[in-house]
Design a binder for this molecule. Structure first.
Ligand code: FNR
Length: 188
């Protein structure tokens, strides 16, 4: 059976470079791998335990189902102030309150793109820290950190055009397939 990965995007911006990276993923995936986008984190209200007690919002429940059904999640996000953008953290906070918790045991790959030279490395390590508490299985390497991303995307079509970056991402997707297969073999 083909593998199905879902992408979770940490930017709301129309011209987002990270969205450009996420859109490129289906064309960079190995044969037999299907990649689709999760709903937008924009649909999530600010986390509020009172609202949770009254019932989880529908977008939270819908995303949790999509994550549970997927073989892996690829988180694609900018770095804000050396950390994870609030909208993405808010999304993880909501999902983390569900029972069962959708990230438990779930294979995750992380990709960050930024206009700085470090490519969002600091956000990746904060994100990894939260994913430890969520008991996700996060791929260690290769780490996809795309620096100076504006020069790697076509400014009119917003397509990720840089071939070195595209090849590097394709390599991570290949490694992610092997990682996911390793976990499913261990379960048997
Ligand atoms: C940034 N940016 C940024 N870049 C970076 O490399 N390290 C950082 O800590 C930050 N911090 C930061 C904070 C805030 C509030 C904003 C709005 C931006 C710049 C960031 O890399 C750039 O805006 C990207 O283009 C954002 O990604 P998207 O929206 O293009 O996907």
């Amino acid at each position: 059976t083909p593998l199905h990965f879902v992408t979770l995007l940490g930017s709301l911006r129309k011209g987002s470079f990270n969205a450009a990276v996420a859109r490129a993923l289906p064309s960079l995936a190995p044969d037999g791998v299907n990649i689709t986008a999760l709903g937008s984190v924009r649909e999530f209200p600010h986390y509020d335990a009172d609202e949770q007690a009254a019932g989880f919002p529908a977008p939270v429940l819908a995303m949790a189902e999509q994550i549970k059904a997927a073989d892996g999640v690829i988180i694609v996000s900018p770095e804000y102030n050396y950390s994870v953008p609030g909208v993405l953290k808010n999304c993880l906070d909501w999902l983390s309150r569900l029972t069962p918790q959708p990230f438990a045991g779930k294979p995750i790959a992380i990709q960050t793109a930024s206009q700085g030279v470090i490519g969002g490395a600091r956000a990746q390590y904060h994100l990894r820290q939260s994913l430890v508490f969520l008991d996700a299985q996060v791929l260690n390497k290769p780490e996809v950190m795309i620096g100076q991303v504006a020069g790697k995307v076509n400014s009119e079509t917003l397509e990720l055009t840089d071939t070195t970056t595209r090849d590097f991402i394709a390599g991570q997707l290949k490694a992610f397939v092997a990682f996911v297969s390793h976990f499913s073999n261990n379960e048997k």
